[in-house]
Design a protein around this ligand. Structure first.
Ligand code: FE2
Length: 383
């Protein structure tokens, strides 16, 4: 009951920063997410095998690309681009050396990439790429880009005059090895970790520069264990298709997981990509069977969870067996689970989420979850 009250308080915290602002940056959805990785060929194999992505497009030496190789993977509405450099001393190589494998680009699908660039840079965004038109026999795209936190970039992709496989410069990537999808549907939200005292700066960036509004905020009283703490605010675009929670570390007795991330990523960056499924039990079973490791909460979590969240459609047993977490807000409930980091550094990980009405982010699970992360930090000697 106490937890339920906390959840409804969170909903009451919903506030809009600029309620009357026009949507000067209409966004249709996430276009793609590009990761800079040490070995794009092997990473593509991992994302296909373990996460059920399908081969879509390729660019590299065979397509006339001299400095990099990129594999594009797709699963329903999610497109991932995995890019590695082909030479020494490249920007991409330096990025990987500094940050490890991680998200470089969160690309947003827009109808007008030129206007997106003008609207955001005129409001203070640091330019990454001026509006640029690229053409091939399938038409033309316009792209532009701005920096966000750390060295992370938002590209704006205008593809209304393009019907090729991905972008000009890419060819269809045909493979014999095509493992089945695991049922991942779309990007639900993507979380950024920023430095000490920088959350509000980046919240203001998304509000002022990109016209986003704030959905929810959590402070260190919501998100803390005996040892560590963090603060978070969730920013969303006008139509709600893009949701970016922003975390910063808060003082605790020991080192926050956000601080651990910042140490290993050498600065701000994307902490996790949350992807939606219509059947989390099937999705997580498939991912587990294909080798993905998930964070586990103690099994006594399941002794009381239904007292907290009430009735759910699913049987509790498979959820317990897989370690799937449950939370409820005023509008419904959600099921979620988090992978362990998917690269050597304890940085980027994935969340799998199934929403059954709930629009929140699993606040009721934070404590159990962070205690699970702390046990991992303890093993790494980074708590
Ligand atoms: Fe999340």
């Amino acid at each position: 009951m106490e937890e339920k009250l906390q959840t409804s308080n969170a909903s009451q915290e919903i506030e809009k920063i600029f309620p009357d602002a026009e949507d000067f940056l209409p966004i249709n959805g996430t276009d793609y997410i590009e990761l800079y990785v040490g070995n794009s060929k092997q990473a593509a194999h991992f994302y296909k095998t373990a996460l059920g992505f399908q081969s879509l497009a390729y660019a590299g030496l065979e397509t006339g690309m001299k400095d990099r190789e990129s594999y594009v993977l797709i699963q329903d509405k999610i497109r991932l681009v995995l890019t590695s450099p082909l030479n020494a001393d490249t920007e991409i190589g330096k990025h990987i050396d500094k940050h490890g494998d991680g998200v470089k680009v969160v690309a947003l699908w827009v109808d007008d990439a030129t206007s997106a660039f003008k609207e955001t840079t005129s409001r203070g965004a640091e330019p990454f790429m001026e509006p640029t038109t690229e053409k091939d026999e399938h038409g033309e795209i316009v792209k532009s880009g701005i920096y966000t936190y750390g060295e992370t970039v938002h590209m704006f992709i205008e593809r209304k005059n393009y019907n090729g496989i991905f972008l000009p410069g890419f060819k269809k990537w045909e493979t014999v090895y095509n493992p089945e999808s695991v049922g991942l549907k779309y990007v639900d939200h993507m979380v950024g970790n920023v430095g000490w005292g920088e959350m509000n700066k980046w919240v203001e960036f998304y509000a002022k520069v990109m016209g986003f509004t704030q959905l929810i905020s959590f402070d260190d009283k919501d998100i803390s264990t005996d040892y560590t703490a963090l603060m978070s605010k969730v920013m969303s675009n006008g139509n709600g298709r893009i949701k970016f929670p922003i975390n910063e570390p808060a003082e605790g007795k020991k080192k926050s997981q956000i601080e651990e991330y910042l140490d290993f990523y050498q600065g701000a960056g994307v902490q996790h990509i949350a992807v939606a499924t219509d059947n989390i039990i099937e999705t997580v079973t498939a991912m587990r069977d294909r080798g993905i490791e998930f964070l586990r909460v103690p099994s006594n979590y399941y002794d009381t969870v239904l007292d907290r969240v009430g009735e759910i459609d699913e049987d509790l047993e498979p959820l317990k067996e897989l370690g799937i977490l449950i939370d409820r807000d005023d509008e419904g409930y959600l099921l979620q689970i988090f992978t362990k980091p998917i690269e050597p550094r304890p940085t980027l990980f994935f969340e799998i989420i199934q929403r059954k009405g709930a629009k929140s982010f699993g606040k009721g699970n934070f404590k159990a979850l962070f205690e699970a992360i702390e046990r991992e930090q303890e093993l790494r000697g980074t708590l």
